[in-house]
Design a protein around this ligand. Sequence first.
Ligand code: AMP
Length: 282
Amino acid sequence: MSAGRVVATQAELRAALGDTAPGLVPTMGALHDGHLALIARAAAENPLVVVSVFVNPTQFSDPDDFARYPRDPARDAAAAFAAGADIVFTPEASAIYPPGAATRVEVAGPALRWEGAVRPGHFIGVATVVTILLDLVRPARSYFGEKDYQQLQVIRRLHADLALPGEIIGCPTVRDADGLALSSRNARLSPEARRAARAIPDALQAMVERAGEGETEVSALIATGEAVLRREPTLAIDHLVVVDGISLEPLTTLTPGARALIAVELDGVRLIDNRELRNPRL
Ligand code: AMP
């Protein structure tokens, strides 16, 4: 375990960084093995690793969701250091947004549909905080999970458009033994809902297999996924779509890099997941 430092202000962060361009892993805390895999990768590829733990108020459209978001800074710092972090940055909102803050960063294109349509302002909050963090930390590399696939593409667009520093690294989704993607929200599921949630990775797996067998019609692939999801009557489908992996626009036939995106509601909890759909002949 590295003997890490916890810093809370911009000045402390700058002093701890000196001239080093570190690896950066932005998180909202409640760290699980998915976050820890990002931190371990950053530690393997950078001499210094900063993990930010900041429950960003501007990316929540629902104030209750923000209030209920789990917070345990001491546990998060210990877990981050154990995974290879050197600096844990835990700012108060006032250390990120100065008094009177009136600037927001809005990405169009890949941010418009899906999560962007269901959660108004969400990607504006994400893009604004990522811009601030990347400018503050000036990382050599920043690590984000494919779990939040649309977010990753929004951040790639933002990074290119504003010439933000370093490189954006997308990391594979870490899953539980039954395939469910790890998420801090999984803890809110009842045992019955947690069992039903398994239909999400199962539906994606069925679509991956059907694409692998040569199916290129998106309507047929979606029907395959929906049939699996419908086996769980308590699970409400918000969307199940197949999209271009960069623009996030819906497809009618499979193209290279195509992605299946799922969002469902289960037990009042919104869960998202995705997989790449690959046709061996494309
Ligand atoms: P969050 O704290 O939920 O904002 O997530 C922080 C980072 O961890 C984001 O880049 C997420 O995409 C990533 N992440 C969350 N869950 C997983 C997972 N199961 N596997 C890989 N990365 C993840």
